[in-house]
Design a protein around this ligand. Sequence first.
Ligand SMILES: NC(=O)c1ccc[n+]([C@@H]2O[C@H](COP(=O)([O-])OP(=O)(O)OC[C@H]3O[C@@H](n4cnc5c(N)ncnc54)[C@H](OP(=O)(O)O)[C@@H]3O)[C@@H](O)[C@H]2O)c1
Length: 261
Amino acid sequence: MKYWITGASSGIGQALAEQLAGQGHEVAVSARSEASLQALAARYPGQVQVFPTDTTDRQALAHAGTQIRARFEHLDVVVLNAGTCEYVDAADWDSELFERVMRTNFQGTVNCIEQALPLLRAGRRIRGARHRPVLAAVASSAAYLALTRAEAYGASKAAVQYLMEGLRVDLWAEGIDVCVINPGFVDTPLTAVNDFPMPAMLSTEQAATLIRRGLERHRAVIDFPKRLTWPLRALRHLPPKWRARLLQPTVRKPDEGASPP
Ligand SMILES: NC(=O)c1ccc[n+]([C@@H]2O[C@H](COP(=O)([O-])OP(=O)(O)OC[C@H]3O[C@@H](n4cnc5c(N)ncnc54)[C@H](OP(=O)(O)O)[C@@H]3O)[C@@H](O)[C@H]2O)c1
């Protein structure tokens, strides 16, 4: 199978690319850090191909898309995983922070879809009508429940969830399956800077295994670990004011250096 994974220079994307290459798949990998991608490709010669790009740069992405088509001809599975996280301080509102997070997490995903769709459609033409390519994007379990300081990150991931849910409707008749991936906490450079407890944390290998298996089964939603995602999903059914009151102990007080859970 032919995969394209964005955000493969570290964390979840890198672990997923390693697993897929280890199983003999062909994997196109993208991110801005070319050296890290090249190191990954060197471990799987001939199987992992590097297409460095910034997903917020539409022109650079178009170039990467052309290169992927020239090398791979079509794609079977695309995992749009590139993303960032920044937390908001409500006492010191910074709208530029929102712009940065939305640009990478939402617009970057939209930009990648522009390149991915023709390659997935080519897969249907080449491999026949029984073949169902998969378009997947990594959102977050943070989008299940509005959490303290996550106004920018959570909103960007809720936007990705909506984007993919809508696309599932629009691509259904074309035979392209759409998947939303909602991880809980995973031990990566992105979470290494967090100064608050992160319950039910998984390793990148565990996360990659769960994502790979979900993709193989053409799941519409892959979320994990259930011991975190089920309570989050249940809590969002509480009345809004109950939710806000319940989450008060997690709100950082002005004189506190670190964030409580
Ligand atoms: N770790 C968690 O607990 C967790 C939980 C829920 C969801 N997620 C999501 O999972 C995804 C992967 O995150 P991670 O935890 O594995 O963090 P990570 O190790 O920091 O990986 C993020 C990846 O995205 C790439 N990236 C960021 N901005 C980019 C841009 N403008 N253009 C191209 N690539 C870009 C980074 O590569 P370069 O810097 O080299 O470009 C890196 O490869 C993210 O979407 C994140 O929001 C993570």
